[in-house]
Write a protein that binds this ligand. Structure first.
Ligand code: C2E
Ligand code: CA
Ligand code: CA
Length: 811
């Protein structure tokens, strides 16, 4: 599950807010608590004050009464009296003034034995005996508050007569005056209550006296059904009545008694409570205001931060897209009053963008350089193989929009390897450079000239309307080589073989077009070089066949499918067999016997010829041994050699080793090579020929007349025999030109001191004509077809040694 997104500013905001809220709650709570405490303290002070005042009024009223009584006693001169009787009688008269001045409700006098001497009408309060006893005991005035149905203040004064007898004067006064004074002095309502608990355990108050009876009655109504009276006695109680708040202080009146009587001080604290509330509200409002203001501030700050972060975040992908200018524009932050981490970050990112841009530029430069290196040939400055591929693809793709043809000329310098080897590589390089320049001078600006590799070049005709245009260009390219090259001192003549392929198909693969042009070039090479071939479908199948044949030939070599056929040669002067030509045969497992013309060239191309050549020579040696044993000691076997075999520097040594193995001399062999073999690698071939000649081998020039070597050339060669090509011999009866060639060749060869073999003698007429021209040797179907190995022994024993052959065939 994707985590939900909450903006950074919100996170900070929430965090700050919760902290702020806590702080404010704490602060507000603290100040409210403080305010409450202050209020309570004030109230406690008020209560203490009330208590003090109460005490004070109580005492002062008692003191006044006491003073009055003492004065009265003095006036009566009680200390001179014998007893208290007279004094007691006089007390009744004092009752009225006492009632009026001191609110005395009752007055009584007790004798020394506590016997009642006088009593006013009113009943005695409950604990009058106690206080009287105490006064008698202590001989001093005593006061006491006694509560019953109502609360009375009791005051005693000890009296002495002449005999020292003690009597006690007891006055009971009302509390009303004290209450009234308290009410006046403190400005509070006062009341006296009796606190009791009823049968159900509920708190009950009985109102005994009150400055405002009605108010107390109403308040009594709103008193909670249950509350902690002990706490109320200690801390007071707040009651609300008709939008007024009253503070009730309870003061125990008779701590000596059971404490059930209470002095209630009732103060209207509405103003203070309202003030308190207002103050509370103000604190909360201030806290709320602070909260909102800070909220706004935080929001503003964090919004700005998050906006700037988002701005950077949105700009950063531009870096990846390499849009540096746009990135810088978008990532520039609005200048604030103060710098912060984001400013530093933005600065770093800016620096980064500059560095990246520089790096990118460098990268691009390097890439271009690399591309150049990858796309161009260092030596000639031409496009290279990669570029060719690229341009071809481009050209082919272009056909989609503009129908026509893409043409490709594939050019390979002829025998360049020989020049490279015989001169120097430096010369080779110069030739390649000049070839490149000539090709470039010929090509149109739209054409792409490439060096494909080594001595191979290619020209792409990006767009032509007909394939013929490519062929025309190829012809002009061939003509470029008519002029010789002068790389250093001395002239070098070069030629090229060109293959041409075209395509009008935009979907055609560049590789395939290159393959086709290459194939066509290959055909040009095969057909004598220095020419141009246009690709034909046939070439592909030819190539496939050749590949197949090559594979089969490798197998043939491994599985010994080769054999030899031996064709006898006749000495026309003696009319006797002089030797055999060894001809290679291939017994194909499916196709049967395959003629050498079909596979020799393939063996040569596959570079298998040297190996096969050794096999042919060794097999010829075996036949030579067999023929000697059959009774032909002087027999000569002609063995055909390919050009490749002469490039093998070990050929003379290896032949010598084979001869030694069969104890044969080189004089038994005549080595045949064609004119083209001689021409292709003159120096190497001549070198090997001389070494073989030195060993005792004789040489014959095969297929004479088909190549272009001159007889003049032959003078320098270690050649002893010339074999006139069978095409001239076969044609000489019908074709005067062939006849002329045969006749003049025999004459000239003889002039050079060499012998002549005529091949392709198919009839007696041929034989006769050749004899007329003094031809030395003859070979042909008329005399004998090439003999399979198996038939050789039989032929020698039954035909040759019996003198049957060739005598019967000769004229
Ligand atoms: P080549 O050296 O000119 O061999 C003579 C060819 O002429 C042989 O063909 C032979 O069968 C054929 N021939 C002989 N008499 C007549 C005739 O009266 N009329 C006609 N029409 N043809 C005649 P083959 O055996 O098919 O050999 C063809 C070529 O293969 C040879 O031509 C030779 O160049 C090459 N070759 C054969 N064996 C070898 C070999 O061992 N090594 C090399 N390097 N080449 C070989
Ligand atoms: Ca031959
Ligand atoms: Ca021949």
């Amino acid at each position: 599950m994707m985590p939900r997104y909450l903006s950074l500013s919100w996170k900070i905001l929430l965090l700050m807010l919760s902290m702020l809220l806590l702080l404010l709650l704490w602060f507000t709570g603290l100040s409210l608590l403080h305010m409450n405490e202050q209020f309570n303290r004030q109230q406690a002070q008020r209560k203490a004050q009330g208590q003090q005042y109460f005490e004070f009024y109580n005492q002062s009223s008692a003191q006044q009464l006491l003073t009055w009584l003492q004065t009265h006693v003095e006036l009566q001169q009680l200390h001179l009296a014998d007893d208290f009787d007279q004094f007691a009688t006089g007390l009744a008269t004092q009752l009225e003034p006492l009632q009026q001045n001191f609110a005395v409700r009752q007055l009584s006098l007790f004798g020394p034995q506590q016997q009642l001497l006088y009593r006013s009408n009113a009943a005695l309060p409950g604990n009058s005996n106690d206080i009287v006893a105490r006064t008698l005991a202590e001989h001093s005035p005593q006061t006491l508050i006694s509560c019953d149905v109502q609360c009375d203040k009791l005051l005693t004064l000890p009296l002495l007569d002449r005999h020292g007898e003690v009597a006690v004067l007891l006055a009971t006064t009302d509390m009303t005056e004290v209450l009234f004074n308290l009410h006046q002095a403190l400005g509070v309502e006062v009341a006296i209550l009796r606190d009791s608990t009823d049968n159900n355990g509920l708190q009950r108050f009985t109102l005994l006296q009150a400055s405002d009876h009605q108010l107390l009655q109403q308040l009594y109504q709103v008193l909670p059904a249950q509350f902690d009276m002990a706490q109320a006695r200690r801390d007071g109680l707040v009651l609300t009545l008709q939008q007024h708040s009253y503070y009730l202080h309870f003061i125990t009146l008779d701590p000596a008694g059971n404490g059930s009587h209470l002095l209630l001080m009732l103060e209207d604290v509405s103003a203070a409570v309202t003030e308190n509330r207002r103050y509370q509200r103000r604190i909360i409002a201030v806290a709320g205001g602070c909260f909102l203001a800070l909220l706004l501030l935080i929001t503003l700050v964090t919004r700005r931060i998050s906006r700037r972060i988002l701005q950077l975040a949105r700009a950063l992908p531009l870096l990846a897209q390499r849009r540096y200018a746009a990135f810088r524009q978008q990532s520039t932050l609005q200048p604030g009053l103060l710098q912060d981490e984001l400013t530093t970050f933005a600065d770093s990112v800016l620096t980064l963008s500059h560095e990246l841009e520089t790096l990118d530029q460098q990268l691009q430069e390097n890439t271009t350089n690399l591309q150049k290196m990858a796309m161009f040939d260092q030596l000639t400055g031409l496009a290279n193989r990669n570029m060719l591929q690229y341009q071809l693809n481009l050209a082919l793709a272009g056909l989609q929009h503009q129908p026509g043809y893409v043409g490709l000329l594939f050019l390979d310098l002829d025998n360049f390897k020989d020049i490279n080897n015989s001169r120097s590589h430096a010369v080779g390089d110069l030739l390649l450079i000049e070839t490149a320049q000539r090709l470039k001078s010929l090509a149109q600006p739209s054409d792409v000239v490439c060096r494909f590799g080594g001595d191979e070049f290619a020209i792409v005709l990006m767009h032509i309307s007909t394939p013929e245009q490519a062929e025309q260009l190829a012809a002009r390219v061939l003509a470029l080589f008519d002029t010789g090259f002068t790389p250093e001192q001395g002239m070098v003549s070069l030629s090229a073989s060109i293959g041409v392929a075209c395509s009008a198909d935009a979907g055609f693969a560049a590789e395939e077009l290159i393959r086709r042009a290459d194939l066509a070039m290959y055909q040009a090479k095969h057909n004598g070089r220095n020419r141009c071939f246009v690709f034909a479908e046939q070439m592909s199948s030819d190539l496939a066949n050749r590949m197949q044949l090559e594979a089969e030939l490798r197998q043939a070599l491994a599985q010994q499918q080769f054999s030899l056929s031996l064709q006898p040669q006749v000495n026309l002067t003696t009319g006797m067999l002089c030797g055999f030509e060894a001809l290679l045969r291939w017994q194909h497992p499916q196709r049967g016997m395959v003629a050498p013309d079909e596979f020799i060239s393939v063996l040569e191309q596959a570079q298998l010829m040297p190996e096969v050549g050794y096999w042919v020579f060794e097999r010829s040696c075996q036949h030579c041994v067999a023929l000697k044993e059959l009774g032909l000691p002087q027999v000569v076997i002609a063995v055909n050699l390919s050009a490749d075999q002469f490039l093998d520097r070990n050929l003379p040594d290896n032949f010598a080793a084979i001869l030694q193995k069969y104890a044969l001399s080189a004089g038994h062999f005549e080595l045949e090579l064609t004119e083209s073999t001689l021409v292709s690698h003159v120096s190497e071939t001549l070198d090997v020929m001389h070494r073989l000649k030195a060993q005792g081998f004789a040489f014959a020039i095969d297929d004479f007349g088909t190549g272009y070597s001159s007889l003049n050339y032959l003078k320098q060669m270690p050649v002893s025999t010339i074999k006139i090509d069978r095409s001239f011999v076969m044609g000489m009866l019908d074709n005067p030109a062939d006849h002329q060639i045969v006749a003049s060749t025999i004459a000239m060869v003889h002039k050079l001191g060499l012998k002549v073999v005529a091949e392709g003698v198919e009839s007696l007429a041929h034989l006769q004509l050749l004899q007329q021209h003094s031809c030395d040797f003859a070979q042909g179907y008329y005399l004998s077809r090439p003999l399979p190995e198996a038939q050789l022994a039989d032929f020698v024993t039954h035909q040759v040694l019996q003198q049957q052959w060739p005598a019967s065939l000769l004229p």
